[in-house]
Design a protein around this ligand. Structure first.
Ligand SMILES: Cc1cc2nc3c(=O)[nH]c(=O)nc-3n(C[C@H](O)[C@H](O)[C@H](O)COP(=O)(O)O)c2cc1C
Length: 325
């Protein structure tokens, strides 16, 4: 029997848990010749701002051991361009589209969400409060629970779409930020954005990125983000999580599901192989068949339940029981 791969992130229903991550698949359309978009669970488009943003000076990408540094800086043509020029074509694809949005002020975030109401048929919004490459907005909103909540409240007032909030990995109180944004109206959390980082060219004796510092993605960050998923799913058991950070294989994805994520994002892996998401999906199906898993959501949080088996005094409670939330 074919395993049931369907999952949900609050009100957002997905046919399968594999989602293309913001900024790493363009508008999705560019990938379509290599990867039939309707086969992934959802496509997240690059973060949109109210006005076009030029992004940071080049070079914007640098490879590191086990990872990729980027300082793209949310370059994008602005939300109006997306709504009038890109959305008409993208909406014809039979795939849920999540629009990521960013801004310099909470009013800008709200204005972008308002404009996105004109893009009829969007599946969800994802608020990016965690980009390490921009001074205004970005990490400044994602670091403190009250700032993050204010942005989410402002966006929530403008939209009735399912609302995801993308968290930063390195903040003093990630669980506090997670709790605050859920109380402010987020339906689900995307865990997480890139890790602030840098690299220096010793021959030129200067930073490799034009912006000097950037965000680290890829396999190097997987254990860091996995731990965050683990912690947040324990602290907020009913809150659906989309886990992403260094997922390249089905085994990576399974780690995130077992830690408590209900869906997984594929980012840097797509830049190496545009079909990476489909390979992950196929590997998940194979795993379910091999282990007689009928519904993939049976696995969500299962590592915690396993971890507790036999632990005196801790048994019984299942903070991430499948089918919840
Ligand atoms: C080149 C590049 C551009 C990105 N642009 C965005 C963006 O516009 N908005 C956003 O929320 N995240 C952006 N990200 C972060 C990814 O969506 C993802 O959170 C991060 O790369 C971790 O996942 P990964 O290790 O699978 O790449 C970008 C990442 C890369 C590598």
């Amino acid at each position: 029997m074919e395993p049931d791969l369907s999952t949900s992130l609050g009100p957002l229903k997905l046919a399968n848990p594999v989602v293309l991550a913001a900024g790493t698949c363009g508008w999705g359309l560019e990938l379509a010749p290599y990867l039939p978009l309707e086969q992934v669970g959802a496509v997240t488009v690059k973060s949109l701002t109210l006005d076009p943003w030029p992004g940071n000076p080049p070079p914007r990408l640098a490879e590191t051991a086990g990872g990729l540094l980027n300082s793209v800086g949310l370059e994008n043509p602005g939300v109006d361009h997306f709504v009038s020029r890109i959305w008409p074509e993208l909406r014809l694809r039979r795939v849920p589209v999540i629009a990521s949005l960013a801004g310099r002020t909470r009013e800008e975030y709200a204005a972008v969400a308002d404009r996105l109401n004109e893009a009829r048929g969007l599946a969800a919004l994802e608020i990016n409060i965690s980009c390490p490459n921009v001074k205004a907005g970005g990490l400044t909103f994602g670091s403190r629970p009250e700032d993050a909540a204010a942005v989410v409240e402002a966006v929530r007032r403008k939209t009735s779409l399912p609302l995801l909030v993308k968290l930063a990995p390195l903040t003093a109180d990630p669980v506090g930020v997670a709790r605050a944004v859920v109380e402010a109206g987020a339906d689900a959390l995307t865990v997480a954005n890139t890790v602030p980082a840098m690299s220096i060219d010793v021959t030129a004796r200067r930073p490799r990125l034009g912006n000097a510092v950037g965000g680290l993605s890829g396999p190097a960050i997987k254990p860091i983000i996995l731990r965050l998923v683990w912690d947040i799913s324990a602290a907020l058991p009913g809150v659906p999580l989309l886990g992403l950070g260094g997922i390249c294989t089905a085994e990576d994805a399974l780690e995130f599901l077992l830690a408590g994520a209900r869906a997984v994002g594929i980012g840097t892996a797509t830049l190496l192989n545009p079909r990476a998401a489909l390979n992950v999906l196929k590997g998940l199906v194979d795993y379910c068949r091999r282990h007689d898993i009928r519904r993939l959501t049976e696995l969500v949080g299962a590592a915690r339940r396993r971890g507790r088996e036999g632990a005196p005094g801790e048994g019984g409670e299942e903070p991430c029981s499948p089918g919840k939330g």
